[in-house]
Design a protein around this ligand. Sequence first.
Ligand code: 0X9
Ligand code: ZN
Length: 429
Amino acid sequence: MESISDDMWSHGITDGHAEYRISPDGFAKLQNSGLRFDVLIDNIQAQVDADNARLRTHAFALEVPGRPFYADYKTQEQIWYRLEALAAAHPDTVQTWTIGQSVQGRDMRAISISRDSAAGSPCKPVMFINGLQHAREWINAMATTYYIEQIMTNPSNDPRIDALLDRMDFVFVPISNPDGFEYTWTNERFWRKNRRDNGNGTFGVDLNRNWDYQWGLTLPHGSAGNANPNSGVYWGSAPFSEPETVAISNLLLQYPNVRAALDVHSYGQLLLHPWGFTPDPSSEDGDFTAIGEQMQIGIKSIHGKHYNYGRSYTAIYPTSGASIDWYYAVGGAWSFTFELRGPSFAPPPDQILPCAEETFEAVLRFAEMTADNFRFVADWNRDCKHTVFDQIEFVADYGAGNMECDLNGDGVLNIFDYIVFTSLFEERR
Ligand code: 0X9
Ligand code: ZN
């Protein structure tokens, strides 16, 4: 089967069964192969053509009056037009800027939401969300835009969002593969990679195999990543060979406090956490399980959908050089990959809003659990690091009778406050 198609759409082989997209040529080969098969979608191109015809009617309008934004898929121009307009209406908290250029020279844009809050530390933990490494997963960009919009505008005056902004900052790259995304609108709806010219007649590197952590490992699965430039999961000529992954990783390294990082993908209704490169549990497997469980419950409470959670290696398949492993190992952030709703990489547009709504509940829970855990109380000198200087400063303030040191809030400064500080420091909070 792997000689007929390298585009498996199921996440593996279950009970001897897997799903593939195949070309007309591939179908002829399949018929002669002796393999048993069923046709699930006879002509996915017909579905794509219908989507295109519908979308073209509004193609060049940046905004269609009277038509809700989330009613249908949007181009990157339309998405950024909306995000820039929202950002302009919130100049105190929102910034947009260019973090680099793609292989073909398109701007990579980031957006941050940060409330300058007396209630929060100047170095609040940061949540990062990466919206679209894989070009064909259109629903990801819509969902990520929805998350940004909810956090930025809080349209229902949700006290949870208000409280969260006192405790946390947010950074997003909603369209992290702009060239590939463009290509899916103009040429090939199911293109996955970026648009690197590999020089041998093939194009594209899988950005989610290009990150510089455990890159280029040969692992036992067709989707794990490989060195063949023609493959859909080609890992590139070197770790971070692609300007897109370089720009995003540099952005993250500018924030010392990224504590939660989310990669949005589709499809499969899954909540995946490290590791991708090994089946072994990470050292915080218990925390990941607790967050996964809370996210699963939260998602179900919105529209009743079931999402599974688990270690990436086993709950989906082994991967090397995938971003969430880097976010966790190098970036120091708890990380998840969401696989949103299908079916297929082209869910009917009426799936966009419910999918965004239910997974936003998971985003909130992930953010809240992260904020609870990384409070930075013990960053006493407010330099956003945990060092011995925090202890020295605390002892100095304590010795000077500074009532900020009354950490147990009983109105007197004594050894119990020092014990509270020490335990917070040890927990790195
Ligand atoms: O293969 C991928 O990159 C992701 N699945 S997708 O169908 N959206 O292409 C899953 C990656 C999961 N592995 C890690 N995040 N480590
Ligand atoms: Zn993906």
